[in-house]
Design a protein around this ligand. Structure first.
Ligand code: AMP
Ligand code: MG
Ligand code: MG
Length: 317
């Protein structure tokens, strides 16, 4: 690699390797059985795996790209010795050689905000040890829009094997998606995925009102977008506050790199601005690979449900 390699390619190539190392840390901690769980709120947990994976990601990207803004889910105390120990200095060489779309050629480090969810799907991980549902998410936004992302599945293909290398998927809008072959879902069915651990009656009523043939309740925003890409479901519908920008950043960019959409329930793009301070996706999440299915869902989400989200949003600000 030389200094002329565009920043976005260097960032993604580094993040792909870092996410994979974070996955190794997650597997080792999981296999040790010592999760050391901290309760952050209602159905909101943090484990040793969340903490160590975030430290590894933030220390490594932060040292190599000091002018980027990094927003991580977990609040961690400073620990320079641990940062040093966990530092990953590696690039995916194939990504460095790719031809970046012209619009990103001159992006500077200071233009980029990095959104880190070190372990998405912690509820399922803590309560049920459903390791196949957890992912490590690193998203990149420029001027408020999510444009690139990495999703790493530490336990793929669904094994607790400490020697497993997991699976890494990444995408850049305009360049494409790598690490997965996206499949279309069954054409004559309509399957929706939604939350399994942050549900309520409003979400249930809304999802049922869309008349799906099947509803798959699974954990994690990353995992649900993987369900879309794997053709297991047509859409991810979460008409509620609660998910955060670090949950949607990487999945949104990867879905968009395949021609799909991830927006709020009004069909508006999610704003990835590190300065807003509150990173809640108050107006919910609707995602699909097929833009026509996405628009149809946006049109059909009941007005009552949309209004409820707006009222909640107004009450909070
Ligand atoms: P889920 O679909 O429930 O797995 O949620 C996707 C992501 O959003 C996970 O990172 C959850 O922790 C987060 N999330 C969703 N709803 C809430 C909530 N009410 N409180 C805290 N986190 C939430
Ligand atoms: Mg998460
Ligand atoms: Mg998390």
């Amino acid at each position: 690699m030389d200094n002329t390699t565009p920043v976005m390619l260097r960032l993604i190539s580094c993040a792909v390797r870092i996410a994979s190392s974070a996955g190794e840390v997650v597997r080792n901690i999981t296999n040790s059985g010592n999760l050391n769980v901290v309760d952050k709120g209602v159905q909101d947990f943090q484990t040793e795996a969340d903490r160590t994976a975030q430290r590894l990601i933030v220390a490594s990207l932060g040292r190599k790209f000091p002018k980027c803004t990094i927003v991580g889910e977990e609040t961690l105390a400073e620990d320079k010795a641990a940062d040093e120990r966990l530092f990953v200095d590696d690039y995916d060489q194939d990504i460095l050689k790719m031809k970046i779309p012209d619009e990103y050629r001159h992006i500077k480090e200071e233009d980029v905000t990095i959104w880190v969810d070190p372990l998405d799907g912690t509820s399922e991980y803590v309560r049920l040890r459903q390791v196949s549902q957890i992912t490590t998410l690193i998203g990149f936004s420029i001027a408020g829009r999510s444009i690139a992302g990495v999703i790493h599945q530490p336990f793929y293909p669904n094994s607790q094997d400490a020697n497993s290398l997991g699976r890494t998927i990444w995408g850049l809008v305009g360049l494409g998606c790598y690490g997965i072959e996206a499949k279309s879902p069954e054409a004559n069915k309509f399957i929706i995925t939604t939350t399994s651990s942050h549900g309520n009656k409003i979400i249930d009523d809304c999802v049922k009102s869309l008349s799906p043939d099947e509803i798959m309740k699974v954990g994690g925003a990353g995992n649900k977008v993987l369900y879309i890409m794997e053709g297991k479901v047509h859409a991810y519908v979460f008409p509620s506050h609660g998910s955060k920008r670090w949950d949607t950043g990487a999945p949104e960019a990867i879905l968009k790199s395949l021609g799909g959409c991830l927006t709020d329930v009004f069909g508006n793009p999610i704003e990835y601005d590190s300065k807003i301070g509150n990173y809640d996706n108050f107006l919910g999440v609707v995602a699909a690979l097929d833009p026509k299915i996405h628009s149809r869902i946006i049109e059909n989400i009941p007005t009552d449900c949309k209004n409820h989200l707006v009222e909640y949003y107004k009450a909070k600000f």
